[in-house]
Design a protein around this ligand. Structure first.
Ligand code: SF4
Length: 282
């Protein structure tokens, strides 16, 4: 008989839950227009739900003439908060406290004269915002191979990781730098919420026939959860919502594990996926 298992850590992390709550309160309390600077979370269904309640998305500050601007959990580049206040906008800062702590770390490393190395994705909004606070010689890297190729490593480096990046990769890059630099300072800035979800996905992938990872396709976090499950050898599907379950061809006697992205998947989307799966499994 088939069965659904749900990872204990599936779904929203503290930082994203907080951002969605702050956005919901702003929509209830504000008398003017309410914007987010970029999508508030990487999940089209949740963004649509909030948009149906009046939330609007702006790509730049120039797109906002009046009302309230919500800074999402990834934070914002240097000067954005001040610019919003100077333009008379109401600011709701939903930057995750862990992202703020990471920002403090990179600023302190730069002020101590270290070349800042951020292990993460250069095009991720959190990393783009961080780069606006550090000198130009700072680096963003995903791998040792990339660092070797670039050849612009200084002798004193300060290393951090994007909050949703893997701890293992931070360790690999730090260990490489210890071998080739004179002085290395490392802050372990990967978020526990992400590490726990990845650990649970790996453990669950070993116990089930099929893994379903629920979350936005534009969510790096969810994509990495799928990779973690796949690395354990599980047949893994990354889906956004329950409407995709039918076409996966899951056999009724399968043991199916479900997990979901920390920053992209609300509980109601997970519940709909569970319901759709339970109707297939006998
Ligand atoms: S994944 Fe971690 S750092 Fe990112 S928003 Fe969630 S709690 Fe904050």
């Amino acid at each position: 008989m088939g069965k659904v298992k749900i990872a204990p850590t599936a779904g929203f992390c503290f930082g994203v839950e907080r951002a969605v709550k702050l956005a919901t309160s702003a929509l209830e309390d504000s008398h003017g227009l309410v914007y987010t600077l970029g999508p508030i979370i990487h999940n089209p269904q949740e963004v649509e739900r909030l948009e149906s309640r009046g939330l609007m998305m702006a790509n730049t500050m120039e797109d906002i003439e009046s009302g309230t601007v919500i800074i999402r959990s990834h934070g914002a580049p240097k000067g954005i908060l001040e610019e919003a206040q100077a333009r008379g906008l109401e600011v709701v800062d939903a930057t995750c406290p862990f992202v703020n702590r990471l920002k403090e770390r990179v600023v302190s490393l730069a002020s101590e004269g270290y070349q800042v190395i951020i292990v993460g994705q250069a095009d991720h909004p959190e990393v783009k915002a961080l780069l606006s606070f550090v000198p130009e010689n700072s680096l963003v890297t995903m791998s040792i191979k990339d660092l070797k190729k670039r050849g612009d490593l200084k002798t004193r480096v300060g290393i951090v990781a994007q909050t949703t990046h893997s701890l293992e990769n931070l360790q690999r890059v730090a260990s490489y730098c210890v071998g080739v630099c004179r002085e290395v300072k490392v802050y372990s800035t990967t978020c526990q919420a992400t590490n726990e979800r990845r650990r649970d996905a790996r453990a669950m992938a070993k116990e089930v026939d099929v893994m379903i990872v629920v979350g936005g396709r534009n969510s790096a976090n969810t994509t990495r959860l799928s990779e973690a499950a796949r690395q354990e050898g599980a047949v893994t599907h990354h889906i956004e919502n329950a409407s995709e379950i039918a076409e996966l061809g899951i056999s009724p006697d399968s043991i199916v594990g479900i997990t979901a992205g920390a920053a992209s998947t609300p509980a109601w989307v997970i519940d709909e996926v569970i319901e759709a799966l339970e109707s297939i499994l006998s």
